[in-house]
Design a binder for this molecule. Structure first.
Ligand code: CS2
Length: 486
């Protein structure tokens, strides 16, 4: 239970006044986490904090997290003055619960001090490296899934690992040092919304390692595990209004607050090297295989999110809870689920009914203010696993998929950077520049359509395999463009 102290700043000296229980935080970190953003604070950091409290009650050592930012100072400026502490606010439809999270020790900036991160990955105390680096952070090309050599940072890491530029580069460099120091096995755990996230991470790290030193790659295959995991908790980006709300309602000054929903889930493939944290004591599920969980979440939750982001965004809705209240968008979401469900393994349809029902409740949460624009970012990296994968499976079976196709069409129209009523916005996506240029060079919408679906490989591949799908995609695209004001 959180005590309220008028306007106090959160740090080690004030912690005891806010929250009475505590555990010793001075031990070396066993976890190194790259990407200390809103999601990590809302999800993983809380699980570790809850686990540490239980471990302390049985006299066991906590698992502290060393936070790492690759490029920006934001997390460092937010968390370090607060000794890594932050407030976790879980908002339900009715009421919220708060807690101070103590599992992060501090944050370092690897871009400025690359040696520090290489040393951390190599350190004997480190048992687990976890990642929330977003879909594009793995440096893999959409479509081929090989290292994206056109990316300047990836190609710099292919040239040299002395000062890595990417998360994958740091992992390869850190593992090289770990091997040299004979510090033993390690687990690297991806917590991003990618299909087969552990395997993709492993593939990226091994490709880079093999390029520099085949013996290093062989050692990694032996000594390092890359479990897949399914992570789920909606964590909107924190705004200045949120910070003001925290100060006025909770009487705490906290620059690093996490504001999230009550629902939370984490399923991890049980494949650890070295020590394994007993996260199952706080509700994490260790499973032999996470594929089913992962497909369900990506193809139902995330696909619906992307549908709302592009369709809702084009119609100028701002938040998820507003979009899902619109009859047209709600029916699109239901149609997507109807189509996507046929690609899921769950034999028991009542499980999926319950899952979809709970998603509606989560999406309708009016206290989250989850911006559609946040979800719309990086669609080129998200669409393949959320929408194109189930679409492909249905096309193979000869099933029409108007709803999933509509999401692809809405994403194409999104590339114009204009809502249907003509409001302009900047598309945030690694492909934005390339696709935007193609649109500019094409004189007509029809030519732009051809150029976009040819340039973006995941769609081009689908069209090559299923040429008849083109007409349906074009039809949906045209229908949307026809609704746009000139
Ligand atoms: C969202 C996810 O921004 C997005 O793309 O779909 O971050 C989503 O909120 C989480 O996966 C929920 O667990």
């Amino acid at each position: 239970m959180l005590n309220r102290l008028s306007g106090a700043v959160l740090h080690n000296d004030t912690l005891r006044k806010f929250q009475t229980s505590d555990y010793s935080r001075d031990l070396p970190c066993r976890v190194v986490h790259i990407g200390v953003g809103a999601f990590h604070r809302a999800h993983q950091a809380l699980y570790f904090d809850q686990m540490n409290e239980i471990l302390a009650s049985t006299g066991e050592d906590p698992w502290m997290i060393q936070g790492v930012s690759l490029r920006t100072d934001t997390a460092l400026h937010q968390l370090n003055p607060q000794d890594g502490l932050f407030l976790h606010v879980a908002r339900g439809h009715q009421g919220s619960s708060e807690r101070i999270v103590r599992s992060i020790k501090s944050v370092i900036h690897a871009g400025r001090d690359p040696e520090a991160l290489i040393e951390l990955i190599a350190a004997a105390d480190t048992q687990l490296v976890t990642l929330t680096i977003t879909e594009k952070g793995y440096g893999l090309e959409v479509g081929s899934n090989e290292l994206n050599t056109l990316d300047a940072a990836v190609s710099a890491d292919l040239d040299s690992l002395l000062e890595p530029q990417t998360a994958i580069g740091f992992l390869a460099a850190g593992l090289r040092r770990r091997r040299a120091m004979e510090h033993g096995p390690l687990t690297i755990l991806s917590c991003d919304n990618l299909s087969n996230n552990g395997r993709q991470c492993r593939h990226a790290v091994l490709s880079l390692a093999r390029h520099h030193d085949p013996a290093l790659a062989a050692w990694i295959e032996e000594a390092v595990s890359f479990p897949c995991s399914m992570v789920d908790r909606i964590a909107p980006a924190v705004t200045t209004e949120d910070l003001t709300w925290v100060e006025s309602h909770l009487s705490v000054q906290d620059q690093a607050v996490a504001i999230t929903e009550r629902f939370s889930q984490w399923v991890i493939e049980d494949n650890f090297k070295g020590e394994k944290p007993p996260l199952d004591r706080v509700g994490v599920e260790y499973s032999k295989d996470v594929t089913e969980w992962e497909h369900r979440k990506l193809r139902l939750l995330n696909a619906a999110h992307s549908a709302m982001a592009y369709m809702g965004g084009l119609l100028e809705f701002e938040y998820v809870h507003e979009a899902v209240d619109d009859a047209v968008i709600a029916s699109l979401v239901r149609d997507i689920w109807r189509e996507a469900r046929t690609t899921l393994d769950d034999a028991d349809s009542s499980v999926l009914d319950g899952y979809c029902q709970s998603l509606i409740t989560r999406f309708k949460n009016p206290h989250l203010n989850h911006r559609l624009f946040q979800i719309a970012m990086d669609g080129s990296q998200k669409l393949p696993q959320r929408v194109l994968a189930p679409l492909r499976e249905r096309l193979v079976r000869g099933q029409a998929s108007p709803a999933l196709t509509q999401v692809v069409a809405a994403w194409l129209v999104w590339q114009w950077g204009r809502t249907l009523s003509g409001k302009t916005f900047e598309v945030q996506d690694p492909w934005a520049h390339q696709l935007g240029q193609l649109i500019e060079e094409s004189q007509t919408a029809d030519r732009a359509f051809d150029a976009l679906v040819t340039a973006f490989e995941p769609i081009a591949d689908l069209l090559t395999a299923h040429p008849s799908w083109r007409e349906e995609l074009y039809h949906q695209f045209k229908r949307l463009l026809d609704r746009a004001e000139p």
